[in-house]
Write a protein that binds this ligand. Sequence first.
Ligand code: 6CS
Ligand code: FE
Length: 316
Amino acid sequence: MLSDSSEQLDFTPEIDMDCYPSRNGQKAQLVDRLDPVTYPPKAQLPPIGQAAIKQYATQGFIVLEDVFTAEEVGNFQAELLRLEEDESIRSSGEIITEPGSDEIRSIFRVHESSPVFKQVAVDQRLASVASYLLGDDVYIHQSRVNSKPGLSGKEFYWHSDFETWHVEDGMPRMRALSISISLTENFHHNGPLMFVPGSHLQYAVCEGSTPKNHFLSSLKAQEYGIPSNDCLQTLIEKGDIVSIVSKPGSVTVFDCNLIHGSNSNITPHARSNAFFVYNSVNNKVVSPFSGLLPRPEHICSRNKINPIISTAKVST
Ligand code: 6CS
Ligand code: FE
């Protein structure tokens, strides 16, 4: 259902079939996932153990401790500070501030705007894991640093990233994942990521429609494209809630459709994480299934798709 015909795009329904309709007048409901969670590896040695791969498939996430050294994390924190103080970043239109304040909430497109995070995005400690689990070469669909500053970082309400990337960016299928690097201590109390294990196996169809330029408000506080209370209740009764308490330098890998959120940070300790979203090169975004105009390039790679070639290939 198009919310505004003046913004209707040329659609090729027979090619860009909407396999995961949402926000199109249906009532909120849980439907089965159509896609596998992990794909047959593409001639690649497993960069993580079988137990981790199994947990990722069944629960939708894994945490890898001590991936980056204290020195590397120090560099990341210094880079984040530099970005936050860089006037050209502030005026770039690629940052989101916290609701009701000037504090930085998110800086997008760091895989291109930051020489430090540009290297991180293609680091084989991350890219080879994404490529292995997705069974394909990958590219960065989106990157961001969520600063969640102390005493002012507001929550990210429960959501499935894929539902937004499908409806608002035109990501066809569930063949993408996020990798979050903890840049500061993620304590129990300063708004760590919270997952609903196993929720990635069902798709929470959302009610309502999609406002024009929804990203201008949703990245501050998301109100559309969030699961209904009944769907959330059902998923949490089945999978419970896990808080990702993690040390700086650890890495959390989670499926694009895993329901997650995080609480406000009312402690003085920032919970800053860098997120890199890896998408299969065979799952490139098409026209947004909302029928609205695409979101800007700093939120969704569309015109610059740069495959990251995984070097962890077996010799064939
Ligand atoms: O709209 C998006 O792409 C963003 N929204 C959330 C709440 N998580 C993923 C992503 O950063
Ligand atoms: Fe998210």
